[in-house]
Design a protein around this ligand. Sequence first.
Ligand SMILES: Cc1ncc(C[n+]2csc(CCOP(=O)(O)OP(=O)(O)O)c2C)c(N)n1
Ligand SMILES: [Mg+2]
Length: 703
Amino acid sequence: MATSAKAARRSTHGLTKDQLVAAYRTMLLSRRIDDKEIQLKRQNKIFFQISGAGHEAVLAAAGLVFKPSYDWFYMYYRDRALCLQLGMTPAEMLYSAVGAAIDPNSGGRQMPSHWGHKKLNITSTSSPTGTQFLQAVGSAEAVLRAKALGITEGFEKDEVVFVSTGDGTTSEGEFWESLNSACNLKAPVVYLVEDNGYAISVPVEVNTAGGSISKLVASFPGLYIQEVDGCDLIASYEVLQKAVAYARERKGPALVHAKVIRPYSHSLSDDEVMYRPEAERDADAARDPLTTFPKFLVSEGYATEAELAQIQEEVDAEVLAATDDALQQAQPGPETVHFGVYSPDVDPTGEQFDTEDDPQFSGEPTTMVDLLNAAMRDEMRRDGRIVMFGEDVADVSREEHLGKVKGKGGVFKVTWGLQKEFGSTRVFNSPLAEANIIGRAIGMALRGFKPVVEIQFFDYIWPAYMQLRDELATMRWRSNNAFAAPVVVRTTYGGYIRGGVYHSQTGASLFTHTPGLRVVCPSNALDANGLMRTAIRCEDPVIFLEHKHLYRQTYNKGAYPGPNFMIPFGKAKVVKEGADITVVTYGATVQRALVAARQFEEEKGVSVEVIDLRTLSPWDQETVYASVKKTGRVIVAYEDSISWGYGAEIAARIADDCFAWLDAPVRRVASTDTFVGYAPALEDAILPQVGTFLAAYEGIASF
Ligand SMILES: Cc1ncc(C[n+]2csc(CCOP(=O)(O)OP(=O)(O)O)c2C)c(N)n1
Ligand SMILES: [Mg+2]
């Protein structure tokens, strides 16, 4: 029988000789930049290094399958080879390493390998492991929602979203939350798990039950799963093609589990010799794609040794030139530190957000719930990109029941009827998962949607706090204004409702202490309406605190002020004028301060000025200082527990800036340093009451 003398060439699944050689070039370039950075770090010319070594093959393959500046990318720090393949230059990477002002990744604000490139649709990468997943799902569902709504601007016909992770990071809860939603929504998102067997020093079997993430996720409905040797470029290309095609065809999400190696330690701050035996490291080295792939190219006749040597020479020269370039670049100047904390273009404290003097009232006075609902309804009519979601915010999830039942519209009815009017693509329920709500909202906001989301109770905001503090607030600053997530986060808070420990929490200072967030807290229906419009129309993320106890009081009702009524941020309101004592407060303590002030004035003839801050960050220093300079006595009052709270900051500022005008120390009225108790006798003793204010007025007046 005649047999060919030469063994058949391995299939390249359509990859041409030129593509194979180019992929090798990218892999080598990636490794050489890592090596150069390691050298620069040792020379103290850069300040951090984490490599993509060992991950290059699957990433170069990904770069051949995903479309640059068409698909969207949520990466992690090992993805250097993919960035190169998509078009980021070695110089741009090294700008990041030296912390150069012109670095497109973050302008020197983030450590190197925190990828971000606006033109390449590489979204800003942060450092917390696992926060990328829900945002990627948000980005992918934005594609589906845009299509359903007929929105084409900013979207491509069959685009997909890439999200990558290490093996250890799949232990984060948000990974599982994201898979849940990706499958439920059939979102076109492709997960790439780059499994190098370790999370710093912790091996995969400690992180992952059974040691295989692809086996563990096997029961997620509609999730297309592939496992592959990620050190093998051609095999990786083959499975990535299938996975990406599945998502492009809108069949659902896909997950590729790629086994890679980590030939260098976790980062330059780690020494793997401490926890990995030599034999294991040798076995890894034998799989190194930078050794095996060039051998393959030569043995199969795709390149000669001489051609590869030529490539190495070119790559080295390129890295050298990029290094010289980067080392000459200036770091950002100290005058730039505040740039991009908030939008540099739209100022919500500005006059264009102040129509308070021109309300177009109609109808009878109504509750805060109704006027919040009205403001959101107006805004949703005005702007088709507003989407609204959270737990129970829809009228009824099962659409066939819509119109047959009254509808839920939030546990406090604030979003009632909005799904009915605007449809289920724009108003929908989230799973019972707070990080899910904020993470997806950030992903959608980056794609041009305006999410107005609800966290049902402040007491349960904590699972979302990573997304709020490390993602929502930082997005604009950390990307040097390349990306922004102007999400409005509504949440109900506060006591006086016999809600006990877990339905009474306040905690505004958790957000006012976070740069990048605007924090709003209305005390009455009209303010809530005007502030909500500003929150939605501005370009910063807003935490909108809605006091449950104030939702349906009779004393804070207002008439509907028309669809263009806006109150700017940072504009307090003097709710009662007075000459002797100033009270600075917000939320539910406004009314208590006021009732006490009237009584105190009547009984003692001492007049109290009550200021409602309305927005907590920014806050209206001008109005407060003017009042303090008039009265010389000031109390800062708030519902939070007294110590370490919001009032400490206001008190310190007043002490700093108004010292010469003060006739008494700045005093605080607030809750006890406890939680809030359920029994009325407990709750009354814990939260500030009218009597607490009367005692404080008495104390400061007689100082
Ligand atoms: C939320 C969070 N916890 C811990 C860390 C510190 N940390 C950074 S990378 C890392 C290990 C990640 O391992 P893996 O996901 O396997 O990725 P690999 O580095 O192996 O590619 C840890 C613990 C972090 N950045 N964020
Ligand atoms: Mg790992």
